[in-house]
Design a protein around this ligand. Structure first.
Ligand code: FAD
Ligand code: FMN
Ligand code: SF4
Length: 638
C-alpha cells in the first residue's frame, strides 16, 4: 500500500477507527431552526462514504435558549431535534465512519453597554465569558457541558471532543494573556487548567470511563504573553491523567486565526511540530491538524511519529473521496485539491448556498445534485477550455453525452493559468492539474489551438453548445485610457511586469490588490485607487487580513473613495469624495476592474443550434467557484 501508516486502523479509547483520517469540526451552518436537514445529512454522508474514519459534527447548543447563537446552530433540547441528530448519526455511521460531538460553550456573554471590556455585537454588547462569569456560573456551565456529554452518549454519538482551542471559552481560561481572573480559575497554570481538568473528570464520571473523549487543545497562541508550548505540554499531561483518550494539537486564538485556518501563505502541516511535542509527553494518541491536505504529507506526519492521526477539514470539503482515492493508490492529481483560498468555505460562504467550496461544486449540493444518465444522449460541443468549459464537458460526458471541447489557445485552463501567479496563490495551480487530469481520463474529445466561429459550429452539427468563452477585462471610460503606459492586469500575469517603478492600479478588488502585492517591492511606488469606501470588498476575512498586511508592509498606498478623472502624460488625475483633485505620477497604469462576459457565440448561435447555454464567466463574470458550480448545474440539465 502507498500509505501504509495512514490507512492502519487505530483506537481512540474504546472507539475503533478504520484509518488515521479525522474530519475536525467544520461548522457548515446548514441547520435551520436548530434542526438537521437533508443538506446537512448528505454533506456528512458523503465525507463518511469517502472514507474519513471519524467526523466531529457541527456543534450543538447545550444550553438553549440562553447560549443559542442562531437558527443555523443545532439544538439538542427537544425530541424533534434529537430525532434529527439521530438521523444524521445514522447516515454517518452506516457508511462506516464514527461521529463525535464537540462540547463547547459560547465564549462571549451578553452585557450592558458600558460594561468594562464590552464590545458591540449587532444590537447588543458582549464581553469574554471566561473572565466575566462568576464562580457559581463556572460551576453551572461545567455541569451543563458534562450533561451534554451524557446526552451525546444517550443519543448515539461515538464520543465527544472538548473544545479547548480556537480562542473559545476553555482556551480563554487556559491563556495567561486572556485569563485575568483572580480566583482559583486564574493565575497559575494549574488554576487556568482547573476548569478543563474538572470537566474531563466530570464527563468521564457521568458518561462512563469507556466513553471516548478527545480534547482539542490550544498548544501555542502565537501572541506575546499568550500560552506557549511548554505550558501546553504540562496541560496535556494533566489532560491524559484526568482520563482523556486523545489530544488534537491545535493552536492560535481569535487574534491569530490565520494560524488555525491557514491561508495560501502558510506552508503545509505548519502545526505538526506541536503534535510531536505533545506526543513526547503523553501516551494517548495525538492528532495533528492544519493544512494537511495531501496524502503524502499526512502519511509523512504519521510515519515520522509526529502524530497518530491527522485531522483534515478543507481537504475533505474539496474532495470527500480523498481517503478512498488515496487508499486505492490513485495518483495525487486524481484528488481534487483544497487550494487554501478560503473563499467559498469561509464566513457566510456564497449567497443562496451558504458555506461550500470554490473547487468542489458539489459541496453543499450533495442532497440535490446527482449525476444521472441523460434521458436523451446528445452531441454536445463545449467552446472554451477554462474551468467552466472543462467542468461542463466532464459532467455532460459522465451523463452519457458525446462531448467535444474546443479551446482557441494551445493550453487548457483559461484564467486559472493566471490566477496562480499572484503571490502565495501557487496552490491554485492544483485545481487546473486536477481538471486536466480528469479530462484526459474522460471520453471527451479535446481540440486545442482551435478558435471557433459560428460557421464551424453549425458545420459540426451539435445538438447542444455550451459557451464557456470566459470574460474580457473591463475598460472604464476614462479619458487617456488609450495611452501606451496603460495595460490590463491580466497582461502582467500573461507577459510579466513591464518596466516602471511608479505604478497606479485602478480598482481595489481582488485582482487590483493582488497585482499590487505582485508588483510591490523595494524602490517601487505602487498606488491602488478604489472608488468604494474599502478595498477587497469580496475577499474573506483571513486572506484579506493577510493580503492587507503584506500591502502595508510593502508600503503600497491605498486611496479609497477616490475617482479617476483622467490619465494624462505619465500621471493620473484623481478626485476625492470632497471633490478635491490631486495627481499621482505614473510610469505604468494598470486596470484591474470587473470583467465583462465574452459571449458573442451565445447570440450568433441562437436559432441555428437547438440548445445554446452559457456557463462560467461567459454567463456572468465571477470567480472559479461560481464558474464550476454554474457549469455543473447546466451540464446536469442538458
Ligand atoms: C489574474 C486572475 C486571478 C484570479 N484569481 C482568482 C481567484 O483567486 N479565485 C477565483 O475564484 N477566481 C479567480 N479568478 C477568476 C477565475 O479565474 C475565473 O472566474 C474563471 O477562470 C472563469 O472560468 P471560465 O471557464 O468561465 O472562463 P475562462 O477561465 O476565461 O476560460 C475561457 C476559455 O475560453 C477560451 N475561448 C474564448 N473564446 C473562444 C473561442 N471562440 N473558441 C475557443 N475557445 C475560446 C479562452 O481561451 C479560455 O481558455 C482570477 C482571474 C484572473 C484573471
Ligand atoms: C470556515 C471555517 C470555520 C471553522 N470553524 C471552527 C470552529 O468553530 N471550531 C473549531 O474548532 N474549528 C473550526 N475550524 C477549524 C478546523 O477545524 C481546522 O482546524 C482548520 O480548518 C485547519 O484544518 P484544515 O487545513 O484541514 O482545514 C474552522 C475551519 C473553517 C475553514
Ligand atoms: S473554498 Fe478554498 S480553502 Fe475552502 S475548502 Fe475549498 S479550496 Fe479549500
Amino acid at each position: 500500500m502507498t500509505f501504509p501508516n495512514l490507512f492502519k486502523p487505530g483506537n481512540i479509547g474504546a472507539c475503533r477507527l478504520e484509518n488515521r483520517i479525522i474530519m475536525p469540526l467544520y461548522p457548515t451552518k446548514y441547520a435551520r431552526e436548530g434542526k438537521v436537514n437533508s443538506k446537512l445529512v448528505e454533506f456528512y454522508r458523503a465525507r463518511a462514504a469517502g472514507g474519513a474514519a471519524l467526523i466531529v459534527l457541527d456543534c450543538p447548543c447545550l444550553d438553549y435558549p440562553r447560549a443559542y447563537k442562531a437558527s443555523h446552530q443545532l439544538r439538542i433540547d427537544t425530541a424533534e431535534h434529537v430525532a434529527g441528530l439521530q438521523q444524521l448519526l445514522a447516515a454517518v455511521q452506516s457508511e462506516g465512519a464514527r461521529a463525535f460531538m464537540q462540547l463547547n460553550y459560547p465564549h462571549e456573554k451578553a452585557v450592558a453597554a458600558g460594561f468594562p471590556g464590552a464590545q458591540p455585537k449587532g444590537e447588543t454588547w458582549v464581553a469574554p465569558l471566561a473572565t466575566n462569569m462568576s464562580r457559581a456560573e463556572a460551576d453551572e456551565i461545567l455541569e451543563i457541558m458534562a450533561r451534554g456529554a451524557l446526552q451525546a452518549r444517550q443519543i448515539g454519538y461515538d464520543g465527544i471532543e472538548i473544545q479547548a482551542s480556537y480562542g473559545e471559552f476553555i482556551s480563554q481560561l487556559l491563556s495567561p494573556r486572556l485569563n485575568t481572573r483572580r480566583d482559583d480559575l486564574g493565575g497559575s497554570l494549574e488554576n487556568r487548567s482547573h476548569f478543563l481538568i474538572r470537566l474531563i473528570e466530570q464527563v468521564k464520571k457521568m458518561t462512563g470511563q469507556d466513553y471516548p473523549l478527545m480534547v482539542k487543545l490550544v498548544c501555542e497562541e502565537f501572541v506575546s504573553g499568550g500560552l506557549e508550548t511548554e505550558e501546553a505540554m504540562r496541560i496535556a499531561g494533566w489532560v491524559e491523567k484526568a482520563g482523556a483518550d486523545a489530544i488534537v494539537a491545535n493552536a492560535g486564538n481569535k487574534q491569530t486565526k490565520y494560524r488555525i485556518i491557514q491561508p495560501g501563505d502558510s506552508p503545509l502541516a505548519p502545526l505538526a511540530y506541536l503534535a510531536a511535542q505533545i506526543k513526547s509527553v503523553v501516551n494517548i494518541p495525538v492528532v495533528a491538524i492544519g493544512k494537511i491536505n495531501q496524502p503524502d504529507v499526512a502519511e509523512d506526519v504519521i510515519s515520522r511519529g509526529q502524530a497518530d492521526y491527522v485531522a483534515m477539514a478543507r481537504a475533505l470539503l474539496a474532495d470527500p473521496d480523498f481517503p478512498r482515492k488515496a487508499e486505492s493508490g490513485m495518483p495525487q492529481e486524481a484528488i481534487r485539491p483544497c487550494v487554501a483560498c478560503l473563499e467559498d468555505c469561509a464566513g457566510p460562504g456564497v449567497e443562496g448556498i451558504g458555506r461550500c467550496c470554490t473547487v468542489n461544486p458539489f459541496a453543499g449540493h450533495e442532497s440535490i445534485w446527482q449525476i444521472q444518465p441523460a434521458r436523451q444522449k446528445k452531441k454536445v460541443l463545449v467552446v472554451g477550455g477554462g474551468p467552466g468549459g472543462i467542468q461542463s464537458a466532464l459532467i455532460a460526458s459522465q451523463r452519457g453525452h458525446a462531448v467535444e471541447l474546443w479551446e482557441q489557445t494551445d493550453r487548457l485552463g483559461g484564467q486559472i493559468q493566471l490566477a496562480h501567479l499572484a503571490p502565495f496563490k501557487e496552490e491554485m495551480a492544483g485545481i487546473l492539474t486536477y481538471l486536466i487530469n480528469c479530462l484526459n481520463k474522460s471520453p471527451v474529445t479535446v481540440r486545442t489551438g482551435h478558435e471557433t466561429n459560428q460557421s464551424q459550429i453549425t458545420a459540426f452539427g451539435p445538438d447542444a453548445v455550451i459557451v464557456a468563452t470566459g470574460s474580457l477585462p473591463g475598460r472604464p471610460p476614462i479619458p487617456g485610457m488609450d495611452a501606451d503606459f496603460v495595460i490590463q492586469a491580466r497582461e502582467i500575469y500573461l507577459n510579466g511586469p513591464p518596466a516602471g517603478d511608479r505604478v497606479v492600479i485602478i480598482g481595489g478588488g481582488d485582482i487590483g490588490c493582488e497585482t499590487a502585492d505582485l508588483l510591490a517591492g523595494p524602490g517601487k511606488r505602487i498606488s491602488v485607487i478604489e472608488i468604494a469606501p474599502a478595498v477587497l470588498a469580496r475577499m474573506k476575512k483571513i486572506p484579506k487580513e493577510r493580503l492587507m498586511k503584506r500591502l502595508s508592509d510593502k508600503g503600497v498606498e491605498i486611496y479609497t473613495e477616490t475617482q479617476v478623472v483622467s490619465i494624462e502624460e505619465h500621471r493620473v488625475r484623481l478626485k476625492k469624495k470632497d471633490e478635491s483633485e490631486f495627481n499621482l505620477e505614473a510610469d505604468l497604469v494598470v486596470i484591474g476592474i470587473n470583467a465583462l462576459p465574452h459571449d458573442p457565440l451565445l447570440h450568433d448561435l441562437r436559432g441555428s443550434v437547438a440548445e445554446v447555454l452559457a456557463v462560467g464567466d461567459a454567463a456572468a463574470p465571477g470567480n472559479l467557484g461560481a464558474a464550476l458550480r454554474n457549469a455543473t448545474e447546466v451540464a446536469l440539465k442538458i
